[in-house]
Design a protein around this ligand. Structure first.
Ligand code: HMG
Ligand code: MG
Length: 304
């Protein structure tokens, strides 16, 4: 499968945005610093959205400004509209992510507009970003199912992905927001979308609600996809997708990739330390199987 895989660590955004126990800006910064120390080149660190909608991501400007001096790393922030763009750029953002949905029900619930309206909303953002030399990543949510509309057809995903790509997104990340996908469907989806956006520019953003994310990623790797979004400890979920749990856990992805001979550059011990610290703050153990196994092993060694 080659060895060119890029992990986008989304724990500080997608993970923490849905955790009920609030954690301080200082703790968010410390979490990101720990992830930087573990070796992540790309980290999604916050959102410039309404703090009434997502209070966990308030003050993302302070977070970005605190970590921005790591010039060798790429920090991503979510931007829903021009207002968010202004705030992100003022805070120093160099990479932003816009987010659309493949289903109307989720688009309405998440960003209060239709899919077509969201694409219109992103146009001035993308135009300005191009002029300002800012990279834009595009997300498509509900690519394998929607909590409101049910089934989502690959052609619907391909259509939204194409519009984001045509507008200038450098990469389109495909979100299985509610984690309902299975490997054959993930494979079929990637093939369909790769007809519109090059496979090399597609991200796999799979939530693990039904425990299928790692299998789906493996199927995607076999198809040639090489970008994986994951969250340390399997943190989080989506506030507008009731019952959805977190992203695939980064520890599990790293363990699988390294086991396949694909070098990730991630220091597992440091990643585990970052996960354990944030897990203590939010008051629940990591859902990552690898993190649980390594923690149990370390505990057994201490008591031996
Ligand atoms: P709206 O109600 O359509 O827009 O919200 P509005 O212009 O009427 O604004 C509503 C309020 O938000 C107003 O404040 C605005 O000032 C404020 P109020 O008058 O009520 O006090 N506002 C803003 N505040 C800060 N920053 C801004 C901004 N824009 C408006 N940029 C809006 C539209 C998108 C803003 C709102 O619905 C929102 O913020 N939604 C949150 C969306 C979100 O962050 N969702 C979670 C992330 S997406 C996700 O998790 C999926 C993903 O992981 C992929 C996957 O898994 O599928 C990416
Ligand atoms: Mg997500």
């Amino acid at each position: 499968m080659g060895d060119e895989v890029r992990i986008v660590e989304v724990g500080p955004r997608d993970g923490l945005q849905n955790e009920k126990t609030p954690i301080t800006v200082e703790a968010r910064i410390a979490f990101i610093e720990a992830l930087i120390a573990a070796g992540f080149p790309t980290i999604e660190i916050g959102s410039f959205v309404s703090p009434k909608a997502i209070p966990q991501m308030a003050n993302s400007d302070h977070v970005l400004q605190a970590v921005d001096h790591h010039a060798d790393r790429e920090f991503h922030v979510l931007v829903p509209n021009e207002r968010g763009y202004d705030a992100a750029v003022t805070a120093g953002a160099q990479v932003i992510a816009v987010f659309a949905s493949a289903s109307e029900g989720f688009s309405r619930a998440n960003i209060n507009c239709t899919i077509a309206e969201s694409i219109e909303r992103f146009k001035p953002v993308l135009t300005r970003a191009k002029a300002d030399g800012i990279k834009v990543r595009g997300y498509v949510s509900c690519v394998l199912g929607c909590p409101y509309d049910g089934e989502v057809k690959p052609a619907a995903v391909a259509s939204v992905a194409k519009q984001l790509w045509d507008q200038g997104c450098y990469e389109v990340s495909l979100g299985d927001t509610i984690g309902v996908g299975t490997p054959a469907r993930a494979r079929q989806l990637l093939r369909a979308v790769a007809g519109e956006v090059p496979m090399a520019n597609l991200g796999m953003h799979f939530h693990d609600t039904y425990g299928q994310a790692l299998a789906n990623i493996y199927a995607g790797l076999e198809e040639g996809a090489r970008v994986i979004d994951s969250a340390a400890g399997g943190l989080g979920g989506c506030p507008y997708a009731p019952g959805a749990t977190g992203n695939v856990a980064t520890e599990d992805v790293v363990y699988m990739l390294e086991g396949m001979g694909i070098k990730t550059g991630i220091d597992m011990t440091k990643l585990l330390a970052a996960t354990n610290t944030v897990s203590e703050l939010i008051g629940r153990p990591p859902v990552s199987r690898v993190a649980s196994a390594l923690n149990a092993k370390a505990k057994a060694a201490r008591t031996a």
